[in-house]
Design a protein around this ligand. Structure first.
Ligand SMILES: Cc1cc2nc3c(=O)[nH]c(=O)nc-3n(C[C@H](O)[C@H](O)[C@H](O)COP(=O)(O)OP(=O)(O)OC[C@H]3O[C@@H](n4cnc5c(N)ncnc54)[C@H](O)[C@@H]3O)c2cc1C
Length: 405
């Protein structure tokens, strides 16, 4: 048995001991809530969902399977892409809790702490994010600063021993469940500084002056929030990176967020692809060449999505510089095409919860899809990045000099 086989056997044993196999047959239902990720699901009790996710994450950490490519000295397993892939393949086959509520902390905050954190911050925050103790959120966007993130106006004022922060954030995914937030704020009063006047903080969400107000989406969920900051004190020890270096820290997080659309996207995508195949069989569309063609197309896109990160790792410098944008555009486009295929096959039956078996959950996925074109930087912004960095086209004419890139 080589190393990878031994690792696969260890992962298989971990799941087999704890979870039943993921249902693959129609008798288990193919259009219920289990097909959608937490972001699209109306959780009857999202706190209970979160506790299940944290417990599972603890078990993964105890087994050395939580942070596969993380440094060993910080609780990671020090493994590579091959092991991550093996793990994802096996995990997909078991009915384990959804870890979506932990992803912002692990995929957006953690990479920034790894690159820019002090030794104390890395030891305090990273193992806790990866064993489920800490849930993180991202506090970048504001009502007047989305694509043009450098226009943000939340201010941090220097005081004895730290900073006082006042302002408003919006679209903060999972902030109502989070313990810590990656907070980008303006620390320079000089109006000419734009991105150079920003600093990143790791905010304790329980601090006095933090108010989190959920926003209801058209999917029926209230997955993101407005976050109001009213003279919130943040100690100096929670500045992430140097004062004034927040733009660089933010870009580590944004790049990782887009990269991971390939990863988490493909897991959701694969589950949807399985369900789509069942739908096609159930409604008798299997013999329809058009339906078969679209499923083949969806499958090919899934395989390409899975392999994009590895191919881009060896791409030429300009293409690699736009790699995260390319992954995000491709992965979310593939998801949208797949869902549209299901919608075309199921027809009007998906639009109302008639109790008809296996239909309505697709409508929630469909309604959630437009958000993927916006989250983590909109499609238009990703195309701008591709045009300018990979293709070397001239920068678009715009009054402001930075965007969410
Ligand atoms: C599901 C979801 C989760 C999110 N989670 C978080 C989170 O946890 N934390 C957080 O901080 N933010 C979060 N966001 C916010 C997200 O990052 C912003 O919505 C996004 O950056 C776009 O900003 P905006 O909504 O202000 O739109 P705007 O920037 O106002 O853009 C409006 C439209 O104009 C287009 N546009 C803007 N500038 C240009 C340009 N230069 N060239 C071409 N077109 C342009 C955009 O593409 C878009 O279509 C989330 C958003 C979604 C949908």
């Amino acid at each position: 048995m080589n190393e990878i086989e031994a690792f696969a056997a260890r992962v298989e044993a971990f799941f087999k001991d704890r979870f039943p196999p993921r249902p693959q047959t129609l008798e288990h239902g193919w259009g219920d809530d289990s097909m959608v990720g937490a972001a699209f699901r109306v959780a009857a009790d999202e706190h209970a969902d979160l506790e299940r996710a944290r417990h599972y994450q603890h078990e993964l950490a105890d087994a050395g399977l939580a942070w596969l490519d993380g440094p060993v000295e910080l609780g990671g397993a020090g493994l590579g892409v091959a092991e991550r892939r093996v793990f994802a393949e096996i995990a997909r086959r078991y009915d384990a809790p959804d870890l979506n509520s932990l992803l912002v902390g692990q995929q957006i905050l953690a990479p920034a702490v790894l690159v820019y954190g002090s030794t104390e911050q890395r030891e305090r925050v990273l193992p806790a994010l990866w064993n489920g103790d800490l849930v993180g959120c991202q506090l970048f966007s504001e009502p007047g600063a989305g694509s043009d993130l450098a226009a943000l106006t939340t201010r941090a004022r220097r005081v004895d021993g730290g900073w006082r922060v006042t302002g408003q954030k919006v679209w903060s995914s999972g902030a109502h469940l989070a313990h810590v937030g990656e907070l980008l704020a303006r620390t320079s009063e000089d109006p000419g500084t734009r991105s150079r006047g920003l600093t990143m903080f790791v905010l304790d969400m329980a601090s006095p002056g933090v108010t989190v107000r959920p926003l209801r989406q058209m999917t029926g969920t209230a997955h993101f929030n407005e976050v109001f900051l009213d003279d919130v004190f943040i100690p100096d020890g929670d500045v992430l990176g140097a004062v004034g270096e927040g733009w660089a820290v933010a870009n580590v997080s944004l790049s990782s967020e887009r990269d991971n659309f390939g990863d988490s996207g493909s897991d959701l995508f694969l589950r949807l692809l399985d369900r789509l195949v069942l739908v096609v069989r159930e409604v008798g569309a299997w013999s329809n060449p058009g339906a078969r063609d679209r499923i083949a197309d969806a499958y090919i896109r899934e395989v390409v999505t899975e392999n994009l990160p590895e191919s881009l790792a060896t791409a030429s410098a300009p293409v690699a510089a736009a790699g995260a944008s390319l992954i995000k555009l491709f992965a979310t486009d593939a998801d949208r095409r797949l869902v549209q295929t299901a919608v075309d096959i199921l027809g009007p039956s998906i639009v109302a919860d008639t109790g008809a078996w296996g239909t309505f959950a697709w409508s929630r996925v469909l309604l959630g899809m437009p958000a993927t074109r916006i989250a983590g930087g909109s499609d238009e912004i990703q195309r701008n990045i591709l045009a300018e960095r990979a293709l070397g086209l001239p920068r678009e004419v715009r009054p402001l000099q930075e965007d969410r890139s």
